[in-house]
Ligand binder design. Sequence first.
Ligand code: UDP
Length: 237
Amino acid sequence: MTRPRFNRILLKLSGEALMGQGQFGIDPDAAAGLASEIAAAKAKGHELCLVVGGGNIFRGMAAAAKGFDRATADYMGMLATVMNALALQNALEKQGVDTRVMSAIPMASVSEPYIRRRALRHLEKGRIVLFAAGTGNPYFTTDTAAALRAAEMGCDALFKGTSVDGIYNADPKKKADATRYESLSFNKVLSDDLKVMDAAAVALCRDNNIPIVVFNIRQPGNLAEVIEGRGTATVVK
Ligand code: UDP
């Protein structure tokens, strides 16, 4: 199967990717593993930027269900994504990759503020930009932040790293005969309510013609393969 080779990519990772075998927080080995996957993909000559979630530390909706004020809880969730971005930055820089963290919530002593033109300049200079603090607004998710930044950065594709190698017609962990889609339309994802990314993120990608490439980030070497147009994935377009 052939897919295009994408040049500028936004990679979305959920916070859970940083937990490793744990149930919470950041595992340094998991961060190092992700960093080497990202560094290998970068070495192929792509421009890369990243949005990382915060679900390994704090999720606004879950906290609101337990009585937290929703907006306050969402701000806490956004702060969690800043911790994750710093952890990934640290792991990437240990591997000699030049990075910048840009936060949607200004945090002058910790990261740069998000400024679109400056982010574009970092990408042109070959740095990996880690977008932290989601969109900076409560009631959104980091999936939506990923779609938004992908559009702003003029990315060719949004790569969604998951624990399965694409989108299936049923849960492959529960049904042995589930089959994987090679490609799907945005509208099919929305009408069938397939749990790829949240609906706002899918609609934003649809309206801006940004394909979503769903692939397995846990399989070593896979990101570098899929980014080159090889390997196993589902493309939503
Ligand atoms: N969040 C938010 N606005 C955003 C992005 C994130 O309020 O633009 C908050 C929200 O509370 C969310 C939390 O940050 O639950 C962590 O992000 P998310 O749940 O998307 O992380 P993931 O599931 O990808 O780890």
